[in-house]
Design a protein around this ligand. Structure first.
Ligand code: MLT
Length: 404
């Protein structure tokens, strides 16, 4: 009989957001009259921008005419979208067209990129962390064994209120460091000066950085929108970006990954190997590209109207974030994030466990959050709220939490 991948057996429970969805569904079935407000998973609620829809419709019509029909697209993305990415996301940063790979979203990219690492590569993650980095490495056997909320082969970089949520450098040699800024789940950002030591560490130790910039559209301060703003990063960093949160593509699916030619690992004969070439090889074998109408839709995000409409939505969500932050702070809660990000990281009251607080919010106030402990050991004692619901529901949720 088939021997299954033994590493799956080590995974604790289900994927965090699947577990929350299960609990919320169960609660909803038992309490059909409860008016639940969902501030849990970071799923957008604003509709697609009109300019994006128009481009998608036009491209769909092209697909219906013999003269303009297209079959398989390029594995790495259409030139028109790659050029728009270079002109808008990477102007002046020296990224080349063949260093950009269009994909169906950042989640898949950050989960799949670990296929390029050796089985015994040592991985560092911030704690708390977006669970996909951990789960994907655990499934590949790179995280070791799981006991007492920790994987024994992962190097955790604790991000706490005490260190201002600035991760320390790894205290032992690692090969890969996953960073996500603006951060999911804490909603905090790092300055260029705070990122530079990670680039220097990677250079000095032959490590690489996987930089998840999915929330960069929310930056209102001077924080960098790309790791490539940091000197030297093109030699050590891969960057993942997404239209999910920038342009409401959570259900539409499109993102991209940048792998500069300078990012290298060591091959079997001790020779340097470009991760860019490896990813091209992988994409050729495992991917047939994102559909033409969706890539046209993504291109339209960068049009004058498209960008203005998308940024209007971002401002809407940032206003929600402000409502949550200020409302909870006024009521005496300690909160972080929510200025450069759609996430608010709130301290649970009176040291309550984060799953207990999750249950309390669900049962008493019918508000769904995400327990901090689901993001790692340092998330215990915190709960994450998202700013992606409507303004009215966000105000109502804060009102319920604050006044009961
Ligand atoms: C989250 O809630 O952390 C995100 O929505 C998850 C994701 O983008 O996959």
């Amino acid at each position: 009989m088939l021997k299954v991948n033994p590493h799956y057996e080590k995974l604790p429970g289900s994927y965090l957001f699947a577990e929350i969805a299960r609990r919320v569904k169960e609660y909803g079935q038992e309490h059909p009259d409860a008016q639940l407000i969902r501030l849990g998973i970071g799923d957008v609620t604003r509709p697609l921008a009109p300019a994006v829809v128009e481009a998608m419709e036009k491209a769909a019509r092209e697909m219906g005419r013999a003269e303009t029909f297209r079959g398989y697209g390029p594995d790495y993305g259409y030139d028109f979208l790659i050029q728009a990415i270079l002109d808008n996301d990477y102007q002046g940063l020296g990224i080349q067209a063949d260093e950009v790979f269009v994909s169906d979203g950042a989640k898949c990219d950050v989960a799949n990129v670990q296929e390029l690492f050796s089985d015994d590569a040592v991985v560092a993650v911030t704690d708390p962390v977006y669970p996909v980095y951990v789960d994907s490495n655990a499934m590949a056997g790179r995280a070791g064994s799981y006991a007492q909320d920790r994987w024994d082969r992962l190097c955790y970089l604790p991000c706490t209120a005490e260190n201002g949520f600035v991760p320390p450098l790894p205290d032992r040699p690692v090969d890969v460091i996953y960073l996500c800024y603006p951060n999911n789940p804490t909603g905090t950002v790092l300055t260029k000066e705070q990122l530079k030591p990670f680039v220097d560490y990677a250079k000095a130790n032959g490590a690489i950085i996987v930089y998840d910039a999915a929330y960069k559209a929310f930056i209102t301060s001077g924080a960098p929108r790309s790791i490539y703003e940091v000197e030297g990063a093109k030699d050590v960093a891969i960057e993942c970006c997404s239209y999910s949160k920038t342009a409401g593509f959570t259900g539409t699916r499109c993102g991209f990954m940048v792998i500069p030619h300078g990012v290298k690992g060591i091959g079997g004969q001790g020779q340097p190997v470009e991760l860019n070439a490896m990813w091209k090889r992988r994409m050729g074998s495992k991917f047939n590209g994102v559909s033409y109408p969706i890539q046209r839709a993504a291109e339209a995000v960068y049009s004058k109207d498209g960008w203005a409409q998308c940024m209007e939505n971002i401002r809407y969500y940032l206003r929600n974030a402000q409502v949550i932050r200020e409302g909870l702070e006024k009521a005496g809660y300690t909160v972080f994030g929510g200025v450069d990000a759609p996430y608010i990281w709130m301290k649970t009251p009176e040291g309550m466990g984060s799953w207990d607080f999750f249950d309390l919010l669900l049962n008493r106030y019918h508000v769904v959050g995400t327990p901090g402990a689901g993001f790692g050991p340092c998330g215990e004692g915190y709960l994450r709220l998202t700013a992606f619901n409507t303004l009215e529901k966000t105000q109502e949720a804060v009102e319920r939490i604050v006044h009961g």
